[in-house]
Design a protein around this ligand. Structure first.
Ligand SMILES: CC(C)(COP(=O)(O)OP(=O)(O)OC[C@H]1O[C@@H](n2cnc3c(N)ncnc32)[C@H](O)[C@@H]1OP(=O)(O)O)[C@@H](O)C(=O)NCCC(=O)NCCS
Length: 299
C-alpha cells in the first residue's frame, strides 16, 4: 500500500467508524424509548438523527466536484514573470505550514478560536486546513511556493464565498470534535459570534483578506507585498471595487505595511466584549479602493 492509499484507507475506516457510532446512538435512543418510554430516549434519538443528517450533508458536500478558483490566463501569466514569487491556490497537502501561517496571521484570534497555546491552536488548524470550504480551509487560500515548501499565504473571500464558508463551518457541525478538543467547541462558537457581531460586514463589491502571513524568516523580502498585489488583481478580475481587512490596533508593522500599499484606516473596532474575548486593544477595518476592470466571468 502506498502512503496515499494508506491515508485513503485510514480515512474510509474513520468515516465508517463515525457512521457506525452515529447509528449506534440512534439505536440506543430507540431502545431506551421502547424499554422505558421516557424523554431521555427521545433526546438521544433526536441527537442521533440530527448528527446523522449533518454527517451525510457533510459527506455529500465534500464529494461535490468543486473548482473554487479557475484562474484566468492573465493571472497565471503574471505569476510566471521572472523575479516574481510563485503563487498558486493552496492544497490540502499544504496543511503543516499552511496552519502555521494562518496562526501567525492572527495570533490572538486563533488562540481564542482554536486553543490557548500556539501548539494547540496550530494542531487544530492543521486538521481543519485540509477540510474544504470553511474559513480556515485551504479552499480560499493562495500560497507562495519556495522550492518544495510554502512560505506565505493569504485567504481572500468575497461576500458570497464568505457566506458559503460560514455555511460550511456550520455544516461540519458534529464532526468538529474530531479536529478540536470537545471543550474548545463552545469557545469557537462564542468567539465566532463575538467576531461577527463586532466587525463591520463585507458588502457585495468588496474582497475581504481574511488571513495574510509570511514565515518569520522570509519577512521583509517583498513577499507579502507581492501577495497583496496578486490579491488585488484577483479582486479586480472579479469586478470588485474595494479590498478590506481587519488588523489589530497593536500590529503597527502590518498597519504600516498596508498603508504603504494604499489602504486607509476606515473604522476602529473597540467593543469591550470583543477586545476581552480576543485579548486585544481593538482592531481596525482597513479599506482600499481598486480600479474597476471589465468583469471576467470565468472567476
Ligand atoms: C505583514 C507581513 C505579511 C508583511 O509581509 P512581508 O513579506 O514582510 O512584507 P514586505 O517585505 O512586502 O514589506 C515589508 C514591510 O512589512 C512590514 N512588516 C510588518 N511586520 C514585519 C516583520 N515582522 N518583518 C519585516 N517587515 C514587517 C514593514 O512595515 C515593512 O515595511 P518597511 O520596509 O517600510 O519597514 C509579514 O510581516 C507578516 O507575516 N507579519 C505577521 C503576520 C501579520 O501581522 N499579518 C497581518 C495580519 S492583518
Amino acid at each position: 500500500m502506498t502512503p496515499l492509499e494508506g491515508k485513503i484507507h485510514y480515512g474510509y475506516c474513520l468515516l465508517t467508524y463515525i457512521h457506525l457510532s452515529i447509528v449506534s446512538i440512534i439505536v440506543i435512543g430507540i431502545l431506551i424509548l421502547l424499554l422505558f418510554g421516557n424523554v431521555i430516549g427521545n433526546i438521544i434519538m433526536g441527537f442521533g438523527i440530527y448528527t446523522f443528517l449533518n454527517y451525510w450533508v457533510m459527506i455529500l458536500y465534500l464529494l461535490r466536484k468543486r473548482e473554487p478558483y479557475n484562474l484566468s490566463s492573465e493571472i497565471m501569466t503574471s505569476m510566471a514573470k521572472p523575479g516574481k514569487v510563485i503563487i498558486r491556490p493552496a492544497r490540502p497537502q499544504d496543511a503543516p505550514v499552511g496552519a502555521r501561517l494562518m496562526f501567525y496571521a492572527g495570533v490572538n484570534y486563533m488562540r481564542a478560536f482554536f486553543g490557548s497555546t500556539e501548539r494547540q491552536a496550530i494542531t487544530v488548524l492543521r486538521r481543519m486546513f485540509s477540510l474544504p470550504g470553511h474559513m480556515t480551509s485551504y479552499t480560499y487560500a493562495f500560497v507562495v511556493e519556495d522550492g518544495i515548501d510554502i512560505v506565505a499565504l493569504f485567504s481572500g473571500l468575497n461576500r458570497r464565498s464568505l457566506r458559503a464558508s460560514n455555511r460550511a463551518s456550520w455544516m461540519y457541525g458534529p464532526v468538529w470534535w474530531i479536529a478540536a478538543p470537545i471543550w474548545q467547541i463552545p469557545k469557537m462558537i462564542s468567539a465566532y459570534y463575538e467576531f461577527d457581531k463586532a466587525v463591520p460586514p463585507v458588502l457585495d463589491e468588496e474582497y475581504y483578506i481574511l488571513h495574510l502571513a509570511v514565515l518569520p524568516e522570509k519577512r521583509g523580502q517583498g513577499i507579502g507585498g507581492q501577495l497583496m498585489v496578486f490579491a488585488e488583481n484577483m479582486a479586480k478580475s472579479k469586478g470588485l471595487k474595494r479590498m478590506l481587512l481587519d488588523v489589530e490596533i497593536e500590529n503597527e508593522g502590518a498597519r504600516r505595511f498596508y498603508k504603504r500599499l494604499g489602504f486607509r484606516e476606515a473604522k476602529f473596532v473597540t467593543d469591550k466584549s470583543y477586545c476581552k474575548r480576543f485579548g486585544i486593544k481593538g482592531s481596525i477595518r482597513m479599506v482600499k479602493s481598486i480600479a474597476i476592470q471589465k468583469k471576467n466571468t470565468n472567476l
